[in-house]
Design a protein around this ligand. Sequence first.
Ligand SMILES: Cc1cc2nc3c(=O)[nH]c(=O)nc-3n(C[C@H](O)[C@H](O)[C@H](O)COP(=O)(O)O)c2cc1C
Length: 174
Amino acid sequence: MITIVVGTNRKNALSATIAEYYQKILAEKNIESQILSLIDLPADFTATALYENNGKNNSFNLFREAFNKHQKFVFIIPEYNNSYPGVLKAFIDGMDYPSGLEGKKCALVGISAGVQGASIALSHFTDVLNYLGMHVLALKVKMGEVHIHLKENQLTHKVYNEMLYAQADQLISF
Ligand SMILES: Cc1cc2nc3c(=O)[nH]c(=O)nc-3n(C[C@H](O)[C@H](O)[C@H](O)COP(=O)(O)O)c2cc1C
């Protein structure tokens, strides 16, 4: 089971479209997956699930449990202000400490409206995950101008497709 995390809570986020696309790639390879989207986080989680409230918000705990239970993840990371979304950091800050991510494995996919493909965002997030003991696959997919290359939820960019398929293969055997 691979858990695909949509790294934003923005409505109609293209990150969610890419998560579904990644799920289809995994299905073609007969790999079971599930999508976990930050849009489903309880809206008040920063006030009710962090710090002294750690573990007290049952809706948030469902997310923590999903992380504790599974071993492999894909994070779809949109570029927000040259980094990854703040809600994703707040989410990570609400995880079990010491880390519930220690020893687990993940692959990162970055997307952006501009040309960077969330390159710097992926570096920032890799630093956080490595600090928590999570192993990040070396092959990171960076997809700039993603809105131009998505047509009816299909990714039309040849190289982006090749990179996603190669990454999925590597994650399966990671
Ligand atoms: C708060 C915010 C900040 C953003 N900052 C950047 C940015 O620094 N560089 C960029 O190329 N796109 C930026 N974008 C555009 C996103 O990369 C774009 O919306 C893309 O589709 C991925 O985000 P999404 O999953 O929310 O759709 C930003 C979008 C938001 C909502």
